[in-house]
Write a protein that binds this ligand. Sequence first.
Ligand SMILES: [Zn+2]
Ligand SMILES: [Zn+2]
Length: 695
Amino acid sequence: MTGKRRIVVTSALPYANGDIHIGHLVEYLQTDFWVRFQKMRGNECLYICADDTHGTPIMVRARKEGVSPEALIERSHAAHLKDFTDFQVSFDSYYSTNAPENRELSERFYLAAEKKGFISRKTSPQLYCEHCSMFLPDRFVKGACPKCGAPGQYGDSCDKCGATYGAEELGSPVCTTCGATPALKDSEHLYFELEPQRDYLEKWIPGHTTDDISNKLLEWFGEPLRGWCISRDEPYFGFEIPGCKGKYFYVWVDAPIGYIASLANWCSRNGRKLSDYWPDGEGAETSGAEIYHFIGKDIIRFHCLFWPGMLHAAGFKGPEKVFVHGFLTVNGEKMSKSKGTFVTARTYLDNLPPEALRYYYAAKLGGTADDMDLNLDDFVQRVNSDLVGKITNIASRSAQMLHRKLDGRLGALDGEGAELVAKCRDAGEAVAALYEDRRFNLAMVEISRLADAANAYFDKKEPWKTVKTDAETTRATLTAALNAFRIVAIYLKPVLPAYADKAMKLFGETEWTWNSAAKTVENTALGEYEYLASRIDPKQVEAMISAAAEKPADSGEVAHESRASKNKAKKDEPAEAAAEAAPLKQEIAFGDFDKLDFRIGVVESCETVPKSTKLLKFVLDAGSLGKRTIFSGIRAAYPDPAALVGKEVVFVANLAPRKMSVGVSEGMILFAGEPGVGGGVLSPSSPAGGGRQVT
Ligand SMILES: [Zn+2]
Ligand SMILES: [Zn+2]
């Protein structure tokens, strides 16, 4: 080993608008394997991450839930951190982008770029909704495709013909929040220009990521590099741009800066200087820590083009390498909500042990940008045969025999036993090199080979026979098998930290580093054998899939570009609830349906409810049924509730009255879509009259 390295490692920041799922874990687990490996090698290595908290989706969702964005992101920070902790992902700092350090750094980055003349301003007409008092991001407006005329298309591209265009080109545009027709209004935006840094970036990109990624990026250098729009109009949840009232940093500006902010926060909590880890100014490139980013292949543009450009403009050190991985597929297909393969971290943990997924991902990840498949049958089979049947089996049968028949005392290695242990020990540097290169799959193969050797040794020595006639030979056999297992468990520790900790206690030790493999544990009492890993029952997997089909990962998730499960959606998009149909509820008999009494009600009044950000209070004129007061949680859909007065709506008239904190609700108004995103109350296409039955 060379001298102690100082290393800073990041994973892409999970977006606060959604649950952590098994696709995300592809990234966090491999980063965790690598960080834990570096720590075991004696390097100073920090795993830095944070919740990515800004942008329109957070704002819209908070509004919809009737909470402040701050409360929303706080809740999601706690939930994310719990998921990661339970998966044994160990961050040194898990911070938030909505933090004072990040605001200060974002302003610094911007002002430095502006001073260098890298910021330009362009005015262009954009769709503005008078009703919502906001400029509409692409995914907040729908209309007819300017190319093929298909209705109901978003403001950036057409689902029918695949055309891409500007939102202002849509025919008959409609605000998806309120349904009003937006108008064009001039807005000035700020652009971070890359062209002035062309030479720097063209030189920087190769050597800082893999050749295939670098070649792809360099294709863009055949023409002038386009400036990157870094501003968004208010209302926006984020940081206001200094000197530009009403303009906010686009979430993708302050997200990567969040890496530095999170590290800065760690430094101040631990009495360290940021400049010793992530330096800026003179000599920055040759001082500080080695910096590595783990990212999914969908965000290379941000991390290998904009980000090095931003860092360079502000005089901060650039990353050593950007490690790019592929997406997760399940059983060879894209993760799917209806198939129950869109599994949240929590749903997984409710049904299966974290070690199993950690082990399986390690066995599949080879440090490339290829997609990775979680084949559920293979998952069960591999965990059961390799981790349980092969590796754990050495410890369980040796330790149990030693305890039962030989007073639980380890002896000394004999000649053949010493050979086995030496073989395991000698593989250490090869396994380490594979970890260093993030070829976790090959490291697991190597480890599994050592376990094979230990099992073959055990079977050949037949201790279950010799124990009846020759206690000391048997003791030597078991001592060798257990020492071989010990080394295997040390090599597995980056992937299976909790498992390795239990194994370590078996040998009465308190800390395992990579060098611990050099030691032989002899002539001492073996600790109590603690259960290390259990077989997976395919029923557990089935239970997980059906639970996930019932409660798939939060669709707020679509609002992130950087996730390991392929998702075309951008951060400035609302939750796309209708994108994948909700699974069908259980079939009902006609009799069940016939019990429902739908009626028409004419809205007599509709108003907001004090202290509630979700509810609207309706009074309906239901003809012969009289007046009905109904509270409905659709306020986000109607910023101007009075506009509904006179409208005919469909409601369930025979629902038992429900007592709510604000009053008694006498029925349920039907609403299609998602309040705050799209849709509206159901209404007959021509007047039917209050009280009329809907059949
Ligand atoms: Zn089209
Ligand atoms: Zn609107």
